[in-house]
Design a protein around this ligand. Structure first.
Ligand SMILES: Cc1cc2nc3c(=O)[nH]c(=O)nc-3n(C[C@H](O)[C@H](O)[C@H](O)COP(=O)(O)O)c2cc1C
Ligand SMILES: [Fe+2]
Ligand SMILES: [Fe+2]
Length: 385
């Protein structure tokens, strides 16, 4: 528990048990669930809760700063269980609490207790402190909103600006390492809804917050607050960051040798390039590289008449997340007897596939093809610069 302003307390709990967030994304260092207490002269509110596995710890922290009967509202910014599954336990202890949720949330979900749906811009008073609800739909799910306390200029954003990792005191010593975890949270959880994130960013900026208090990660203020807002602007646009990404798989090395040549050709031209072996790279980390890539090269061996599985399934996932939209894509495909070009073209349908280079022992890739590809990629990076 940590006081963050005159009326506000943070109640973070750290989940060190869960190995995979959403049973998908590795948590090597745990994850925070941050709830908050707002205390006014006319009652208190709780902003979000935590995962039910940590509800005892959460409730005892809450009741250090507020008496159960003082709680007038429990605000549910987002219904995903990492933020809402301690709601019933909290309501059992807080007899006077109403559950405040966006109208969309009230329509879509069944909630325990006395539900008070709020419209975009609605306010509730706690005496000397106000809660203002700003709808930010699809900043993960359709019902999501943020809650603003104008007196203290603090905005509670739930998944927006969240990060993986454990931050018991809501701060991070190593900002660069933190930003990687925030980026990983963004690509895995929010990137699918990038255009809604852009819209929400405009609404959050308009509030001119002094503190951003998310549901995962740390509290942002000062320079870091400005930086996370700027970074989110770039992420939501999937803005080119001046680097080429090669996503590849290779069983016996023939594809790898082309990848290696391409990396060398690009490096010799001074182009920043990352080559990720999708058989070995964690998907969530690989996704942080897809975000912001100027162009993507996909290289794989044909496998059972289709795209090599780690490459196929990863591409399907990042395409669904929208992370490949608008990016120039080049494909290098190796086969033994029959090309899988049609399969990769179908998989990447609707995207900007520029060229597919197919090769086999009988039909080798012309020596200068890799050099010419490197030139084109370098040209794309220059164009974006
Ligand atoms: C398990 C396995 C399955 C394969 N399936 C096909 C296939 O269905 N069609 C094809 O034309 N080649 C197939 N091949 C041949 C490879 O695509 C070809 O040898 C390729 O050059 C291997 O690239 P690599 O050395 O980078 O692993 C297969 C190879 C292996 C080892
Ligand atoms: Fe969520
Ligand atoms: Fe979340």
């Amino acid at each position: 528990m940590k006081q963050i302003s005159e009326h506000l307390f943070a109640v973070p709990v750290v989940d060190e048990e869960t190995d995979l967030f959403e049973s998908l994304w590795p948590l090597d260092d745990g994850v925070n669930y941050n709830a908050y207490v707002v205390r006014g002269t006319d009652g208190a509110a709780i902003i979000d809760t935590v995962h039910e596995s940590l509800s005892d710890e959460f409730l005892s922290a809450v009741f250090q700063v507020v008496r159960p009967e003082e709680i007038k509202y429990v605000v549910v910014n987002h219904m995903e269980p990492d933020h809402s599954s301690s709601l019933s336990q909290l309501l059992e202890k807080a007899p006077n609490a109403k559950v405040v949720i966006s109208q969309t949330g009230a329509t879509l979900f069944s909630l325990p207790g006395d539900v008070l749906p709020v419209r975009d811009g609605d306010t509730l008073s706690l005496g000397d402190v106000t809660l203002r609800f700003v709808h930010t739909p699809w900043t993960h799910w359709p019902e999501t909103m943020v809650t603003f306390v104008p007196e203290d200029r603090v905005v509670f954003t739930c998944d927006l600006f969240g990060a993986y990792g454990a931050y018991p005191d809501l701060s991070a010593d190593d900002w660069d390492a933190y930003l990687l975890e925030a980026r990983r949270y963004y690509v895995t959880v929010l990137s699918k809804y990038a255009r809604f994130v852009s819209a929400a960013l405009g609404k959050v900026r308009a509030l001119q917050p002094k503190i951003i208090a998310p549901g995962h990660g740390i509290l942002y203020s000062g320079e870091r607050l400005e930086q996370i807002l700027d970074l989110y602007g770039g992420w939501a646009e999937n803005k080119a960051e001046g680097r080429i990404l090669i996503l590849y798989g290779s069983m016996y090395g023939s594809v790898y040798s082309k990848v290696d040549s391409l990396v060398h050709a690009l490096e010799s031209m001074g182009v920043t390039v990352d080559a990720l072996d999708l058989s070995r790279e964690d998907w969530s980390y690989a996704m942080t590289f897809v975000l912001g890539a100027d162009a993507v090269v996909v290289a794989y061996p044909t496998y059972d008449a289709d795209v090599f599985p780690p490459v196929r399934f990863f591409l399907e996932t990042v395409k669904d997340k929208g992370l490949l939209a608008g990016k120039p894509i080049y494909v290098i495909e190796a086969h033994g007897w029959a090309s899988s070009e049609q399969k990769i073209r179908a998989l990447l349908d609707g995207l900007d596939v520029r060229e597919v280079f197919s090769f086999s022992a009988k039909q080798p890739l012309p020596l200068d093809a890799i050099g010419a590809l490197a030139q084109k990629l370098a040209g794309i990076v220059q164009q974006h610069a």
